[in-house]
Design a protein around this ligand. Structure first.
Ligand SMILES: [Zn+2]
Length: 132
């Protein structure tokens, strides 16, 4: 059964917790969750739960069309605490969903590049660099 956009956003918050993936702020009436596409729609990212996480409006709009790993690194430079395990988990879920459902020719190479970049971070970054 396909969920509509608002229902998918609620489900993402239930799945991942009520915090922004990028800055870690808790959602409140003043900081409401918005739908963030890990692979942007302009890059062919599907509107699937596996490509959607919750982010605050500020982070969603500041990111623009930047890649998720590039933006994660920018968040760190800003002194925020982005949820890297959540990003890694979502990218892995999307990879799996594409393998099952097929298609998404434009999103695939983009996703592969992001996964490679995240893995590189895990090997050169902190010893405990977290990848699920
Ligand atoms: Zn945020």
């Amino acid at each position: 059964m396909a969920l509509n956009r608002a229902e998918r956003l609620r489900a993402a918050v239930e799945r991942d917790g009520a915090t922004c993936i990028w800055c870690g702020r808790s959602f409140t009436p003043l900081v409401p969750p918005t739908t963030e596409h890990v692979v942007p729609r302009v890059k062919g990212g599907p509107s699937w739960p596996e490509n959607e996480v919750a982010a605050c409006r500020r982070c969603n709009s500041d990111r623009g069309h930047r890649g998720p790993v590039e933006w994660l690194e920018e968040c760190e430079r800003r002194g925020w605490e982005p949820d890297e395990p959540r990003l890694a988990r979502t990218l892995a879920m999307l990879l799996d969903a594409i393998a099952r459902k097929g298609g998404q020719r434009r999103a695939r190479p983009y996703l592969d590049a992001q996964l490679r970049r995240l893995r590189r971070r895990a090997t050169v970054g902190w010893p405990g660099g977290q990848l699920a």
